[in-house]
Design a protein around this ligand. Structure first.
Ligand SMILES: Cc1cc2nc3c(=O)[nH]c(=O)nc-3n(C[C@H](O)[C@H](O)[C@H](O)COP(=O)(O)OP(=O)(O)OC[C@H]3O[C@@H](n4cnc5c(N)ncnc54)[C@H](O)[C@@H]3O)c2cc1C
Length: 433
């Protein structure tokens, strides 16, 4: 910090997937752009990605999300060509698939309808498997899975490797770590740089991509971002039951959709969008009970870990797969020496995620769409926020969209306008699991 640049073409705030991807994409679109990235922690990737399952999938029913993921997965699969030699090794992409399991006829019908929708938008690789096909391909899931939706293009990767590949691909960028309390400098109706405790950096363009921390940066800078945040949990075990194989796909159960995949050689990683109960924290923090969310992040996020989460997740999976008597997901060995993590999902709030019904009334919903757009009324400011539960898998395309806004270039795909502030609703952006 004794030697930070006093000016830049673009300053990026936040060194997670969104910020580092924007850095990469700006350099790719306009080589030689003088960029500075500011991260508050002492290492890149210190936000939600640390709790993430690091999965990716292409089966998204909303066309803008499907386009974003198709582009992003293509980048993951061509890492050496995109980021340089050895990148593929550090991304460690594993294409193992996602298996959405049905245990009831009702859910089987939902999965069949999902597959029809996905085929209608060109995602023909996604398959509907009936009971015999599930048994033939994935017999180890047991006889209670009566149908499945299978995305063979899905998988997972090393998010830390990805973040560092983005950063390393721009050797000319200055990356400032351990910078607390950054603010936007706004003069009149335009951003003119950032201020930090140790000084200022002048820049005509700033990208705000600090995950949940973006809410606070906007607030202390006198702006408002229409976001809500929810703590989400995951846990990793060093053990996995036999016969859940190392090359298994990610398994997703029925509502409330607990999910699990193999991790490393002998372990597993688990998650689900556990109802978090914001009302318990209403007095302490501002909450939005309609969305079971906080209005602003509170730290440390680990205070929101529910110690029952691992055993509840295992019990849910055991119930759905009908594992009893200490077998399968009911095996107590899963609970030994596990790592329990938490991080924020960031969503659009009611003002930018609603449907207008036939009576003209606004019906808010939980949107899966990020906001990647120029901030209204502040020239030069671009935001890349609200990446919900997919900000790693979508980061290459998200970076490219942010870069287009920063550089005044056309969007790489016209569908990407649906990540704007001014698109409150798009079809199939609800209940996407
Ligand atoms: C339990 C869980 C499971 C998930 N599973 C998946 C998954 O399987 N696949 C997937 O794609 N996504 C998953 N996600 C979501 C994914 O982690 C996020 O969408 C993604 O990390 C968002 O990226 P981001 O860069 O916007 O924010 P973050 O990852 O939160 O990164 C923000 C960065 O900005 C920094 N920062 C914050 N405030 C400031 C500030 N004031 N100044 C400077 N820097 C600041 C932070 O330290 C951090 O490094 C999961 C998330 C959770 C919590």
């Amino acid at each position: 910090m004794d030697d930070f640049p006093r000016s830049a073409d673009v300053v990026i705030i936040g060194g997670g997937p969104a910020g580092t991807a924007a850095l990469w994409a700006i350099e790719r679109a306009a080589p030689g752009t003088k960029t500075v990235l500011i991260e508050q922690a002492d290492r890149l990737g210190s936000g939600a990605s640390t709790a993430s399952l690091e999965n990716f999938r292409t089966c998204w029913p909303a066309e803008c999300l499907a386009a974003m993921m198709a582009r992003s997965v293509d980048i993951f699969l061509h890492a050496d060509e995109t980021f340089g030699e050895e990148a593929a090794k550090s991304l460690a992409v594993k294409v193992r698939g996602y298996l959405f399991c049905a245990f009831t006829e009702h859910h089987a019908a939902t999965l069949l309808a999902d597959v029809d929708r996905l085929h209608s938008i060109g995602l023909t690789a996604i398959e509907y498997l009936d009971a015999s096909e599930v048994a033939y391909r994935f017999g180890w899931v047991g006889p209670h899975v009566i149908a499945a939706k299978y995305d063979p293009t899905a998988g997972w990767l090393d998010s830390n490797g990805l973040i560092h590949a983005y950063a390393a691909s721009v050797p000319s960028a200055r990356i400032l770590l351990g910078v607390p309390d950054v603010r936007l400098r706004i003069e009149g109706s335009r951003v003119t740089g950032v201020t930090m405790p140790d000084g200022e950096i002048s820049a005509p363009r700033v990208v705000l991509a600090a995950g949940a921390g973006s809410v606070t940066v906007a607030k202390v800078s006198g702006l408002h971002l229409p976001l809500i945040v929810r703590p989400r949990q995951s846990f990793t075990t060093g053990w996995r039951h036999d016969p859940f194989p190392e090359d298994a796909p990610m398994l997703i159960g029925e509502a409330p959709f607990p999910h699990v995949r193999p991790e490393a050689q002998t372990g597993a990683i688990f998650g689900w969008e556990y109802t978090w109960c914001s009302r318990n924290f209403a007095a302490e923090y501002g909450t939005n009970p309609a969305h079971d969310a906080l209005l602003e992040p509170a730290y440390p996020v680990s205070q929101f870990k529910d110690p029952r989460f691992p055993s509840l997740t295992l019990a849910l999976l055991a119930r759905q797969f009908r594992h009893t008597d200490g077998a399968g997901f009911a095996d107590g060995r899963y609970l030994r020496g596990l790592h329990h993590n938490a991080g924020y999902y960031v969503y659009r709030d009611d003002s930018v995620a609603y449907r207008t019904d036939e009576q003209g009334a606004k019906q808010p919903y939980d949107s899966e769409r990020a906001i990647i757009d120029a901030y209204p009324d502040v020239e030069g400011l671009v935001v890349s926020v609200a990446h919900v539960g997919h900000g790693i898998m979508s980061s290459p395309a998200a970076g490219e969209i942010a870069a287009a806004h920063v550089l005044g270039l056309p969007l790489p795909d016209p569908l990407y306008a649906e990540f704007g502030f001014a698109a409150p609703w798009v079809a199939y952006d609800e209940g996407v699991l």
